[in-house]
Design a protein around this ligand. Structure first.
Ligand SMILES: Nc1ncnc2c1ncn2[C@@H]1O[C@H](COP(=O)(O)OP(=O)(O)OP(=O)(O)O)[C@@H](O)[C@H]1O
Ligand SMILES: [Mg+2]
Length: 318
């Protein structure tokens, strides 16, 4: 049994005639110790899907209208408040994009990590455990940094603190939503290196969300590509990077800047992600797709397993 098994998740915002479906039939699994990357352009539903795992999307405005989210076999969508509290932080922990927005500026970072320990592992709410966590996330001289306020730390250090807080509960699944986007490139690489190291050492499962396919090769076991609320390709990472099958994935790959290539060869994907509730008929990507055929505007394609472990939502992937 996989640690996480999301089946046909459907989530809407708004009600009645104004309801728009932000997540439309998303299914994926994450095994113990596995890292899955969720990629796609802004607004395609990555964060909402990830927040759903601990039912953290506020309802209203959201409404879960279908599907199952099995965490260790139990459906999160059926849990009561007490069960939800125990999985939030306890089983699933989140790290978000902006550490400065998540850390409280008036408390020392050591105390903020201790609060997280008090909540989830009260017997370990000690300086020693805080220092161990700071070491684990690569903070130099943790014995003295424990007394720092967030503003005394760089953005990269603050993100390490956020990761330490997320690890304090010893989660089974770490969800990192664009954890490096607000950081400069060198620090981005260091945080990714840290996640990779933690994955190996703690055998934790990771869901890493990014809009940059360029970073998934370093860390992902598998990749799910989302477009307009749906998964359009799901594949082992190496195979996907070597030979992306869906035209959207191919377009995303072409938009990744590569070292040594001229800047003018970088191709942006023409057009925009359609707004929620204004998805085109047929394949949602067809107006932007270089391979579109006449029937692509008529018939909505299904996600099909075209090779073992490789799923593609496009009949013209070949
Ligand atoms: N609270 C909300 N109320 C209404 N619509 C929302 C709400 N939260 C998200 N949405 C909409 O749901 C869709 C998916 O949003 P989501 O944040 O999951 O995108 P994303 O893929 O994470 O994008 P980004 O890369 O910009 O973070 C978007 O169209 C967004 O506007
Ligand atoms: Mg997001």
């Amino acid at each position: 049994m996989p640690l996480l098994d999301i089946r046909n998740l459907q989530l809407e915002f708004g009600t009645g005639r104004d309801a728009v479906r932000a997540v439309d039939g998303v299914s994926f699994t994450i095994a113990e110790g596995e890292t899955l990357c969720l990629v796609g352009e802004s607004g395609c539903g990555k964060s909402v899907s990830a927040l759903s795992i601990a039912r953290l999307v506020p309802t209203p405005p959201a409404r879960y209208v279908g599907g199952e989210i099995l965490l260790n076999g139990c459906d999160v969508l059926k849990m009561d408040q007490r069960e939800l509290r125990s999985i939030r932080g306890g089983v699933v922990s989140y790290v978000f994009q902006e550490p400065s927005a998540s850390l409280n500026p008036v408390f020392r970072v050591g105390n903020q990590i201790k609060e997280s320990l008090k909540l989830h592992r009260p017997q370990f709410a000690t300086d020693d455990e805080v220092i161990r966590l700071l070491k684990l996330v690569g903070i130099p001289a943790p014995e003295s940094r424990i007394r720092d306020y967030p503003h005394q730390m760089s953005g990269g250090m603050q993100q390490r603190i956020m990761i330490a807080m997320a690890l304090a509960s010893e989660p089974k699944l770490l969800v990192a939503d664009e954890p490096t986007t607000a950081l400069d490139v060198t620090i981005q690489a260091q945080i990714l290196e840290l996640l990779r190291d933690l994955k190996a050492r703690l055998r934790m499962s990771i869901l890493l969300i990014t809009h940059n396919l360029g970073i998934v090769g370093d860390i992902a076991d598998r990749v799910a590509v989302m477009y307009a609320g749906q998964i359009v390709e799901l594949s082992p990472a190496r195979a996907l990077l070597q030979r992306p099958l869906h035209p959207y994935t191919q377009a995303l790959m072409n938009s990744v800047p590569q070292l040594g290539h001229e800047l003018d060869r970088l191709q942006a994907i023409p057009g925009n992600v359609p707004n929620l509730g204004q998805f085109p008929r047929g394949c949602r990507f067809h107006p932007r797709c270089p391979k579109a055929q006449s029937d692509c505007s008529q018939k909505a394609p299904e996600l099909v397993e075209v090779e073992p472990g490789r799923w593609v939502r496009c009949p013209y992937w070949k």
